[in-house]
Write a protein that binds this ligand. Sequence first.
Ligand code: NAD
Ligand code: MG
Length: 390
Amino acid sequence: MQRLALFGSTGSIGRSTLAVVESHPERYAVHTLVARSNVDLLLEQIQQFQPKFVGVTDPKAADKLRQALAGKPFAPTVVSDELEITALAGTPEVNVVVAAIVGAAGLASSLAAARAGKRLLLANKESLVMSGALLMDAVRENGAELLPVDSEHNAIFQCLPPASAAESNGVAELILTASGGPFRTWPASVFDEITPEQACAHPNWSMGRKISVDSATLMNKGLEVIEAHWLFGMPASRISVVVHPQSVVHSMVRFNDGSVLAQMGRPDMRTPIAHALAWPERIDSGVEPLDLFALGPLEFEPPDTKRFPCLQLAYDALEAGGYAPAALNAANEVAVAAFLEGKIRFTDIPRVVSSVLSTTPSGSVCSLEELLEVDAQTRQQAQDEISRLR
Ligand code: NAD
Ligand code: MG
């Protein structure tokens, strides 16, 4: 029996994870649920999955949950202290930690899971972008097992030879596919007028609002290039991006003999989640079979970094190294939040990120403390830039 700690249980990935877990009660039990504030959904999840611990980071929501649970026949321990919530990722009874919090808020629990040597199912790409070296070191030093849930990285993981294969495994290039987002065919002249609702209406995937905006700017693909660099040890020059509007090919690996392996499937996160949960076995994810005859043509086109400068900014940050990816991530989180609140335009997102990146300190990342300091400084800088733009 695998016991799960699910960080971000009320989100899109969290709900998809529980949908897979639900259909395999003989394999998986839920030990811990963590979310920010959605008490109503947490109550439903508690009722159904009966976890031992529930972490709620919003103090008011935690109180509300405690009140709602008072006198119930089944009530888990509710934890609201941030350090205690993070520590839940290292609980001895937990075997699998699912990192599905959105943004930098997911870093502490991802690191704690790695340090405790858990099987870590990583959806929270921001933690790898921020602290790739620290997180990968923690995984190696503590015998943790890092399995990518992000669909592109899960696809590449499925196409790569086993990690134990010789150095000369012939991998020439990782090819990340991108849907192109809702504005793939829109002219740049209308980009200033794009609304948050339009940006969150993704053509193929149903996701949280932050990643939906990231998909619309192509920053999501940029973050994923950095994520692939750390996960698979590839330099930026051997990670490419191809726009594939149908989202059927989830990514590819090109080998030096001319072979290209692709992983295909419906655009449904239950597939990579089930893959990472059961690996190296395979389990039913609940996803309908892919109907090849019902698919139209599959198209592939180069990304347009003029209309979508965020992708290039991410490549630049990866090349610059050191604190640049963390700064890119922090500035992007602040800019996306401001866009969603109607404070800046869609086209201001790359402006904010680019202006912050131009002043990021150089040097390699030594400690989590320094990293968090740069993260905090960058957020302030991004806020200042946003005030100037308004
Ligand atoms: P979401 O907004 O739907 O859910 C976010 C979850 O994180 C919620 O449960 C929320 O309560 C929790 N959360 C937010 N801030 C928190 C905090 N400070 N402390 C504790 N919990 C907090 O987001 P999502 O779409 O599920 O994405 C989650 C992560 O997975 C992101 O990093 C995203 O990039 C990645 N991802 C998502 C998808 C997808 O299809 N949704 C695909 C690939 C990767
Ligand atoms: Mg992805």
